[in-house]
Design a protein around this ligand. Sequence first.
Ligand code: NAP
Length: 415
Amino acid sequence: MIRVAVIGGTGTTGRLVLEGLTAMRGATPLCAARHPDHRPAGARLPRHDDPGSRPGVPGVEYRRLDVLGDRRSALAALEGIDWAVVCLGPFEHLRARAQELCIEAGVHYLDVNDSIDARRDTVALDGPARAAGVRVITGCGLCPGISTMLLGALAGRADWPVESVTSDLIVGAGQPVGAASLTSMLLSLTGEVRARRAGTVVRVPATVDRSVRVGGIRTRYLVGYECPDIDVVQRIVPGVSSYSYRVCFEQLPGFAVDLVHRLSEYGRGWGIGVSERGRARRARTVAALAGCAAGIATALNRRRGRQADPAVLSIALHGRDGQTLRGTVTGPSSYRMTAACALSVLRVVTEEVDRVPAGVSELDRLGQDHRAIWAELSRFGIDAPDITGSTRESAPMRTGKNDRQGDQSVTGVTK
Ligand SMILES: NC(=O)c1ccc[n+]([C@@H]2O[C@H](COP(=O)([O-])OP(=O)(O)OC[C@H]3O[C@@H](n4cnc5c(N)ncnc54)[C@H](OP(=O)(O)O)[C@@H]3O)[C@@H](O)[C@H]2O)c1
């Protein structure tokens, strides 16, 4: 039995991971949270040690852990833990604090980080992690995570030089909304985002593209966004010089996106929020607004009792001579896909832990076979990638569960 602590297990993503862990054979789940009494969004279940009063996931031990708080009590909260699945947020703010604590406590670490800066801070901890014999796996959510594996699946099939990569995500409406995710989204929409142009990472003002098709679905808008895949794309797709990422949050009406975007453009024009202090003030204001908005959106969705709409991730490789190769993955909702990826990677790596080296790893460099992770993802209703376009004909990707036993069933084949 391994003991797995979900750090940030009271959050929207963390709660889903925690619930998934209770069903995972061989794992004893714990929740390590800043406010263990915080009602997990959407949960109406009694806390195991105090039935009837405080809600939580039954059968789960709750411990107090503030990663920015006292170091000694944080380390004490990690005692006896084998693996931590880290669903804190926003990572832009917390950076690599949880990683440092886990390395110091000798706890293996896996996260759903989606911040470029937190990823860079994590990669810089490779030396200490190796020295401590701790495995740190970063970027195991939807983007990066499923997106990183999809990039790998596409790269293996393009037999022409790839010039650029575009990654688009539709986040369906009707799901609980996490404050941390909403903060990241609003900061992108009101500020600058990083994209790769001519081989270099540059900052560009946030863009809003209207009426675009993503995986066959017409979206109202796509907002320029950031993803740590920007730092690994050249490793996965050799020779690529441009990368951009855009997201549509279907929950947000187009007019609201336009309004926020225009206001922030005017603000920048007037020099508001561009200085270091201005940015910090903007981040604080956005975090406070996001906290309220996330609570209202989650409550409204729950009251309406509507099912979450699926999330659609579509990545395209574009060739120098006009070729395009596109892969699309669809899943139950963006949060569920994020939690499913973390759980799938955890399951695969803990089954063959010796194949994961001590130090910092990312999904493109993990010793494990991605097919095993795709097979796990299929248990969560996440379709194998559907790949279309001009491709290498050989080696179709196999993602069926039976692949590990050599079954010939093939899904996600090139159309
Ligand atoms: N890779 C992907 O595709 C992907 C997708 C979705 C989300 N994410 C990322 O996942 C993270 C979680 O998102 P979410 O929307 O689920 O967030 P959320 O609902 O706001 O939950 C955030 C969690 O972090 C906890 N937390 C914050 N600061 C802490 C601290 N100092 N010490 C301990 N716990 C702390 C919060 O605890 P309190 O209850 O005490 O505030 C809460 O449990 C975010 O960073 C988000 O950007 C990644």
